[in-house]
Design a protein around this ligand. Structure first.
Ligand SMILES: *Cc1c(COP(=O)(O)O)cnc(C)c1O
Ligand code: SF4
Length: 339
């Protein structure tokens, strides 16, 4: 049963919250009580991948702290224009894995639909920050062809809705898509990759939960939180409601310099996720995307953190440290040598 409560997170119209998202670095700084001179480096007021952050997310930032881990994830910096060696526009090989516009397949049995290019938030480290959504996401007209492709390939047992953020689409559009998948007998699981429950919990409204609970498959919802401070009470309530709607909840995070590259940050994240009904899944090493280099954590430090984390937490709260390697048959697990 879905609790049809009058939860306060139901009251706000999520589309309005998206429309009033902050889009200017200077406005964001004002909202958190900072002046540009307090930052260690210049901001970028004219980013090609523009700043975008909803106010409910900004409210979770520490006021007056230039090193706030949530602020760092979204603040556009001038140095994103640097082009260090080894950083590219398509670091994970999405181009070569494109089966048709809006459909990626890299791994056995799993097909990923790029449902939309829209995101509720623009994460500066995003590996798809240069993805050519205009030409390559599956418009509704195109879904028919994408579904036909999946229907013709009986080796596909899991469909992943991704983007962008698939929850940027409204629920009737998600329903159109899932109804198209109903008729394909070889689909056994549906997976949804979304940052929306963390960024804008209002999106998880009763209409969405009813859709989720009515799906004919076991569903996996993979959220994306990098820091414990992202998970406040409203987020926690919404995550519990997703779980009550019969979905398995997992989290993927990216290991980010200055955001979560400490034992304390990763421990707190694991604990907070668990209290919200979510298990850690992947901890991604940064994909080497142009503009994201200042978030890089080197492999040695990443492995040290994992070793410390293992000593600290139960095994089920330790994420798998992975790197996506273009062309590889699965995400590469980085093995931490034991002591
Ligand atoms: C990451 C990814 C998946 C999912 O991989 P899992 O290891 O099953 O989580 C599937 N398809 C594509 C294209 C991906 O990038
Ligand atoms: S929500 Fe996901 S896809 Fe969108 S900008 Fe952030 S990391 Fe990228």
């Amino acid at each position: 049963m879905i609790p049809l409560s009058t939860d306060p997170c139901q009251d706000t119209d999520w589309k309005k919250a998206l429309a009033t998202a902050i889009r200017q670095p200077s406005e964001l700084l004002r909202a958190v009580g900072l002046r540009t001179q307090q930052l260690p480096e210049p901001i970028d007021d004219s980013a090609v991948f523009p700043l975008r952050v909803p106010r409910v997310y900004v409210e979770r930032m520490r006021h007056g702290d230039p090193a706030d881990p949530l602020l760092r994830q979204v603040l556009a910096l001038r140095r994103e224009h640097e082009t260090p060696a080894g950083y590219s526009l398509d670091p994970v090989g999405d181009g070569p894995a494109t089966r048709r516009p809006g459909l990626l397949q890299k791994y056995h049995g799993r097909a990923l639909i790029v449902t939309t290019g829209a995101c509720p938030i623009h994460c500066r480290y995003c590996f798809r920050r240069h993805y050519p959504y205009g030409e390559a996401h599956a418009g509704t007209d195109d879904w028919r062809k994408t579904l036909a492709h999946i229907a013709a390939d009986a080796s596909i047992s899991e469909v992943i809705l991704s983007g962008g953020d698939p929850l940027s689409l409204d629920t009737p559009r998600l329903r159109t898509l899932s109804e198209g998948l109903h008729d394909i007998p070889h689909i056994r699981r549906l997976r949804i990759h979304t940052r929306m429950p963390v960024v804008l919990p209002q999106r998880i409204d009763n209409e969405f939960l009813a859709w989720l609970a009515g799906l004919p498959w076991r569903t996996v919802v993979v959220i994306h939180a990098n820091h414990a401070n992202e998970i406040d009470d409203a987020v926690r309530r919404c995550l519990r409601r997703i779980q009550a709607a019969n979905a398995t909840l997992l989290n993927q995070a990216v290991l980010l310099q200055g955001v979560n590259d400490s034992l304390q940050a990763l421990t707190n994240l694991g604990e907070n996720l668990f209290e919200s009904g979510v298990l850690p899944y992947y901890l991604h090493l940064l994909d080497k995307v142009q503009g994201g280099a200042h978030f890089a954590v080197n492999d040695t430090h990443a492995c040290e953190l994992m070793e410390q984390l293992r000593r600290q937490l139960p095994g089920y709260l330790v994420p798998r440290l992975v790197r996506e390697q273009a062309g590889a048959p699965y995400k590469q697990h980085i093995i931490v040598s034991g002591h």
